[in-house]
Write a protein that binds this ligand. Sequence first.
Ligand SMILES: [Fe+2]
Ligand SMILES: [Fe+2]
Length: 182
Amino acid sequence: MKTDITQALVAEHRLILRMITLLERNAVRTAAGTYSNWRFYRDGVDFIRNYADRFHHAKEEEILFEALIKNGMPRENSPVAAMLMEHDQGRGYVRAMETAVLEIQGGLPGREHVVAENALEYAALLREHISKEDTVLYPLAERIIPESMREEITTSYQRAEAQSDASFCEHYAKLVDAYEQE
Ligand SMILES: [Fe+2]
Ligand SMILES: [Fe+2]
């Protein structure tokens, strides 16, 4: 049996998807004028930047995708290139959402729809993105990356995770839990 190199990433997707569901639910209400807890969007931006990006996407970009490239996947015009582009596109939506929330908190009227639109664009992008990784890219990685490289990959994941303190994952799981109860 081969050493697994994608199961941890799939598990992280599950928590990211729960945040995406919250963004969808709350953005629809914000667009309708019935939800204005801006703290949620600030926490959502923090979750995406630190958990989805710094923690999860960093493992993909620096470790798993590099291993795919070492095993013959082109760096340009390839599924990996497409995934990297989508990570960047996501960062753009998050920046726009954050800017609009800060404007609202600063007293600027009429920015609610910008928050809602960017939250929904981000959610749609990431839902598609995660689905492609779960069903196409990760299974491909499990097929083509040889056992001889797998220990180094799992060690690199651990090294990346060690850059966050021990309560990091628990903190973000609790954050999602709390907003699901809201
Ligand atoms: Fe990704
Ligand atoms: Fe991912």
